[in-house]
Design a protein around this ligand. Structure first.
Ligand code: ADP
Length: 447
């Protein structure tokens, strides 16, 4: 087992990883920018190192500074959290070259899944269902027209290097295609320095359903069921739940087993998430994230499995602590991402939290790095924390969530708590009937 882990992240996820390390008896090193000197993860870690000025590229993305911090503190492993360097294969390679373990999958798997065309090809080879579309990159408009006619309009042009929903364009007719192809290409070039694009069928009303997996790198892998993350704004997840209200038990077992079998074939190591769009009873692979996800706690709440603990154990060479038959799903969990934003306009609202009172009680978990008097810096994402609620069933979970939102006080800044308070009272949400466009439509009609 590792003796000291450096946590290459900030905010709630740095704290989340720190908690897992402490429970394993592993010493912790926090790193921080000058803007985060007062952060909770810095206060609670055994040691801390300032790695640079506020802009992320000079601190949390600064590989030489992180390496130096490992060297100074003698850390033997790095947990990257999510975002920042968590899906950077070069960082994993560099750490390995310096004898420091990267708590995540192999650089090779990070690379494959980081390239959408390569990821889709790999998924197909592993028997995972994908969205019908071009076989690899599309090079000419003639080819694009032929494929689009084949799969049927509307089609979506996507950037191979894409992320965060950028470089995606819908074409409804052959006439749209030329323009969509051109804009997707130039957006991809500008955002990612790579203009490779591919085409797939545009699904009109899908849900976003993702499967959490854990592998040990030796061909053992399990799935921990699915999360439904269909409630999104600008492709950003807002509310996540496990299990999905849209799946029945046999659909769940089938897709879970398909994904777990694929991970066994790949000899995948660590935690990962295979993301699908789901429409009319069919699953369509969109991407795989080779890291811990923001919404992992809903899975922990229904399985009782500490995903970060498993990541650390597997990275240190231990086998998975469970088999598929050990995993059962208990009740229902919902996560709300509470942001420091105006609940109507979503304008960022950094600043000092003058009063902070998180909810508590049975089945309630608040993952947050903030505290009363803390100043949310303007340089990073606006996540104040995650409210995760568990109930014996979805109805109990929703009742508890409503109660928690009424109890939750964050003063001094604006937060998205009122948005969630309105959502829990909506009949579609109560019934679990929503797709990936539902929230934007709802926001449009509640202006
Ligand atoms: P990114 O990495 O940029 O987030 P994804 O491939 O994960 O790209 O897709 C982001 C979002 O775009 C999805 O959650 C979904 O809302 C939408 N999307 C992606 N592919 C399709 C598709 N074929 N049809 C309809 N919507 C899609």
């Amino acid at each position: 087992m590792f003796s000291k882990i450096l946590i290459a992240n900030r905010g709630e996820i740095a704290l989340r990883v720190l908690r897992a390390c402490k429970e394993l008896g592993i010493a912790t090193v926090a790193v921080h920018s000058t803007a985060d000197a007062d952060a909770m993860h810095v206060r609670l870690a055994d040691e801390s190192v300032c790695i640079g000025p506020p802009p992320a590229r000079d601190s949390y993305l600064n590989i030489p500074s992180l390496l130096a911090a490992c060297e100074i503190t003698g850390a033997d492993a790095v947990h990257p959290g999510y975002g920042f360097l968590s899906e950077n294969a070069r960082f994993a390679d560099i750490l390995a070259a310096h004898g420091v373990a990267f708590i995540g999958p192999s650089p090779e798997h990070i690379r494959i899944m980081g390239d959408k065309i390569e990821a889709k090809r790999t998924a197909m080879q592993l028997g995972i269902p994908v969205v019908p579309g071009s076989d690899g990159a599309v090079t000419s408009e003639v080819e694009a027209r032929r494929i689009a006619a084949d799969i049927g309009y509307p089609v979506l042009i996507k950037a191979s290097a894409g992320g965060g929903g950028r470089g995606m364009k819908v074409a409804h007719t052959p006439e749209d295609l030329e323009v969509a192809l051109g804009t997707a290409r130039s957006e991809a070039k500008a955002a990612f320095g790579d203009d490779a694009v591919y085409i797939e069928k545009y699904l009109a009303k899908p849900r976003h359903i993702e499967i959490q997996v854990l592998g040990d790198g030796n061909g053992n892998a399990v799935h921990l069921g699915e999360r439904d993350c269909s409630l999104q704004r600008r492709h950003q997840k807002v509310w996540e739940e496990a299990l999905s209200p849209a799946l029945n038990e046999s659909q769940r077992q089938e897709i879970g087993e398909t994904v777990a079998a694929a991970m066994r074939k790949l000899r995948y190591s660590g935690a990962g998430t295979v993301e699908f769009l789901y429409e009319d009873g069919e699953f369509y692979f969109i991407e795989m994230n080779t890291r811990l996800q923001v919404e992992h706690p809903v899975t922990e709440m229904i399985t009782g499995i500490d995903i970060v603990n498993e990541q650390i154990r597997v990275a240190s060479g231990s086998p998975l602590s469970m088999r598929q038959s050990d995993i059962t799903f208990n009740g229902h969990a919902i996560e709300c991402r509470i942001n420091a934003e105006d609940p109507r306009t979503f304008a960022p609202s950094p600043g000092r939290i003058s009063y902070f009172h998180p909810p508590g009680g049975l089945g309630v978990r608040v993952d947050s790095g903030v505290y009363q008097g803390y100043v949310i810096p303007p340089y990073y994402d606006s996540l104040i924390g995650k409210l995760i609620v568990h109930g014996r069933n979805r109805v109990e979970c929703m009742m508890r969530l409503r109660r928690c939102l009424d109890e939750f006080v964050v003063d001094g800044i604006r937060s998205t708590i009122p948005l969630f308070r309105a959502l829990v009272d909506d009949p579609d949400i109560a019934n679990g009937v929503y797709d990936i466009h539902w929230l934007e439509n709802w926001l449009g009609s509640h202006d």
